[in-house]
Structure formats: C-alpha cells, structure tokens
Ligand binder design. Structure first.
Ligand code: HAM
Length: 419
C-alpha cells in the first residue's frame, strides 16, 4: 500500500523549509520591535469554544471544522483559527489582570475542511496578533500599522489595505433590521444558507459566494452608511491616524469578514496575484469588543488579525522576492587521495566555524563524481586538494558562475571568498 498525505496538506522540506524559517524569523523580529509577546496554545480545543467564539453562523463552524471525540465522549476541534484559543488563554490564565494592553502573537497550523484551490488548504499556517485592552481606535491603527510595516519588510508589492466598519452593538441591531427588510422580499431567491443567516445573523448574507445571492444583494444597505455617532467617530479617527502614519487604504463596504465576532473596524490586505487568483486575501482582521465578555470575562476591547503564511510565501515567489541568504554561496572542498581527503575535512570544518557554507566529500567519490556533485548542489566555488596542493601550499579556486579560476594560498580560501 502506498501512503499519501491527505489532500490539502503539504510536506515542507529542502529549500522550502529554509524560506519558512526565514519568514518566521522576520515575524519574530517584527513582533519584538512592536512589543508583541508570543503565546502558544494547544492545537485542539473544546469544539464549543469555536462555536461560541468564532460563531454558530460562520462557515468555519457550520461546515469546515475538523471535530473529534475522545474516549470520554468530549467534543474537540482542531483549531480553525487562532483568535478563540488566544482569547480563552487570556481569560483562563488571568492575563487580563496583567498590564494592559496585552499584545500577543502566534504562529500556528490551522485546519479547515475547505475545497482545495491554489492558496487554500485543509491544513495551513497562520501568523496572527491579538491585542487586548483598549476600545480606542488608536489600537486599531497600531495593529494595522504593524501589518503594513511587516509586509513592507517582506518587500511584497501591490498590496492594498481595505477597510470597513461594521458598527458596534447598538448600530448593528438597527442595521440588522434595515438589512432584513431589504432582504425580506428577495428571500425566496436566496440560497438555503442565506435563508438561515437571515434569521440568525443577517450580516452574513453579504459574505455569500453564491452568484444569485450576490446579484440579489448587490444594492443591499451598507454598514458604513448606518453607523451611529460613536462608531462613526471611531472610524473617522482611525482613518485620521492612518493618514498621519501615511498608510494608504481603500474603504470597501463589501468587507464583512467570515467570522461572527467582529465589531466596528474590519480590514483585509489583498494582493493581486495570478497564482492565488480568488484567494488573494493575505491578511484579515478587525476589532472584536464582545468576544472576551461572551467567553465569560470582563468587558475588554480587542483588535487582531491573521496572515496566511502559505499565501505570503507563494506571493513572494511569484514576485521573485528572495530572503536574505536564500541563495548563499557554497564552497565545495573536493579532494584527491588520503591526505587530501583528511585536509578537506579540516578546511571545511574551519570554514564552517567562520559561518561559511562549505561542503566536502564524505563518500570517497572519485574527483569526477565530486565535481558532478558540486555542480548539483550549485556550488559557487570549488577547490580540489591533493598531495601536490598540500606540498606546494597552492590551490586553484574555481569560480563556477564566472567559469574562471585563480591560484591562491591554501590558507587564504576564507579571505578570497569573503572578498
Ligand atoms: P481569516 O480571514 O479566516 O481570519 O483568516 C486569515 C487568513 O488566513 C486569510 O486571510 C488567509 O490568508 C489565511 N487562510 C484562511 N483560510 C485558509 C486556507 N484554507 N488555506 C490557506 N490560507 C488560509 C481569521 O482566521 C481570524 N482569526 C483573523 C483575526 C485575528 N481576526 C481578529 N484576530
């Protein structure tokens, strides 16, 4: 029997894993610079946390969670996202009693039973940030400015920040009524999901991907036109702070987000891409002032986002962006005869101690095979050490991509390469 990985999952190895490590180190550095601490929570939680946290009417909870029971018949789910688990940990460990705001970040595998597509997987990875402890729009601006700066550090081009406001508790209630009366006489032509959403959470109909629903709802009232004074001021001040920080944005009233916990600000960073097609949203987030209270905690203002790491790496590849050192030059120390074999090990080890990427023969290959191997690993420099080189103290340093070579002292390899 031939085993295969489940559809929608990936094995990450070779050059690819190097890129993941680099991305993770840029994430960690950026979080350090913004005072954001890492939090690590379990890969599975009680399923009820997501039902309560992410929301009963979201597609994630209704259709996409990987659920299982243990022998004690307890219901669990693999994390479909990182916010609910972080909020649970914030409460359970009384992190709210510590100095606020509390800025937390995570790098997690997340699991959603979605149909595979370029940029859409069943197991994917999210880098997310959750900040707890302020209702002020300055926090929304701080979180958005972080994402903007982070994407800049990665040099990703053609990214657009899209902003919207869904309003707070009071204006959402009123808006729901307005939206429901708009939908009422179109209800028969909407899909069964939308009919259920109409009852439970009408805002969700605006996120429906069904073309008939989309067409029917294209003139639906916008949340942004139905904000009360407080929510309008909150959104206006956010825009002002972003203007001051010179962070460009577009207002997009169609951004309603697929999770139920959002209040007021919602945002997405979207990038045009041939590879990702319709999955071009690399980051989604917003404010969720009710979540901590709903999970049994104190009233707590909060803002967060998550970035799909696969999508980031696919975009970087598409845009030809390399990480620092991604194509580090390799020096191959080849050898001929026993003395050369031993000397090559010593030289290789000494170069490695200096942080130079050196390889040497440990298979006792012929010189011809060693040269083939050096070519395969794309070595930029090659030397071959034999009795003659050891006796004279001189070697030829071949520079492969220039098809040239120079004679140098055997002890000067490091000096020549660093030149
Ligand atoms: P989300 O929009 O569901 O938000 O996911 C965030 C990002 O995760 C997406 O923009 C996308 O890049 C990536 N993503 C989602 N699903 C997949 C998938 N099946 N395959 C590959 N990448 C995917 C959340 O998860 C919220 N928890 C974000 C948040 C944090 N809001 C507040 N705090």
């Amino acid at each position: 029997m031939k085993f295969q990985r489940p559809k929608g999952t990936n094995d990450i190895f070779g050059k690819e894993v190097y890129r993941w490590q680099k991305l993770e180190s840029i994430i960690r550095q950026a979080c350090n610079d913004f005072g954001i601490e890492e939090i690590r929570t379990p890969v599975f939680e009680y399923a009820s946390l997501f039902q309560r946290g992410v929301g009963e009417t979201s597609d994630i909870v209704q259709k996409e969670m990987f659920c299982f029971k243990d022998r004690g018949e307890r219901h669990y789910a693999l994390k479909p996202e990182g916010t609910a688990g972080t909020a649970r940990a914030y409460l359970e460990n009384a992190i709210y009693a510590d100095v606020q705001p509390k800025k937390l970040y995570y790098i997690i595998p997340a699991f959603r039973d979605e149909r595979n597509q370029a940029g859409r997987f069943k197991q994917f990875h999210q880098f997310g940030v959750e900040v707890f402890g302020s209702y002020d729009s300055a926090l929304d601006a701080e979180v958005i400015s972080f994402v903007y700066e982070f994407l800049k550090r990665l040099n990703i081009k053609n990214v657009v920040l899209k902003l919207n406001s869904l309003g707070g508790n009071e204006c959402r209630k009123k808006y729901n009524e307005t939206l429901k009366s708009f939908i009422e006489n179109k209800l028969d032509s909407l899909c069964s999901d939308c009919k259920a959403r109409y009852e439970k959470n009408p805002l969700r109909v605006l996120d429906c991907k069904n073309p008939t629903c989309k067409e029917n709802l294209k003139d639906a009232p916008k949340t942004i036109d139905n904000l009360d004074e407080e929510c309008k001021n909150h959104f206006d001040s956010l825009k002002k702070y972003l203007d001051i920080m010179e962070i460009p944005y577009e207002i997009d009233s169609k951004i309603v987000r697929g999770l139920d916990y959002y209040t007021k600000t919602v945002f997405e960073f979207v990038c045009k891409s041939d590879k990702l097609g319709s999955q071009s949203t690399i980051c989604g987030g917003g404010r969720y002032d009710n979540l901590i209270k709903e999970c049994g905690g104190p009233n707590t203002g909060a803002v967060g986002f998550a970035i799909g790491m696969e999508r980031i790496l696919m975009l970087m590849e598409e845009q030809g962006i390399l990480f620092e050192d991604e194509n580090r030059p390799i020096i191959y120390i080849g050898s001929m005869g026993d003395k050369g074999f031993i000397k090559a090990q010593k030289i290789g080890y000494d170069l490695r101690k200096k942080g130079i990427y050196a390889e040497y023969d440990v298979v006792r290959r012929s010189v011809k095979s060693q040269l083939k191997y050096a070519d395969k690993i794309n070595a930029k420099y090659v030397v071959i050490i034999g009795d003659n080189e050891i006796d004279t103290g001189k070697i030829n340093l071949k520079i492969m991509d220039e098809s040239s070579q120079i004679e140098i002292n055997i002890n000067d390899i490091e000096k020549e390469i660093l030149k």
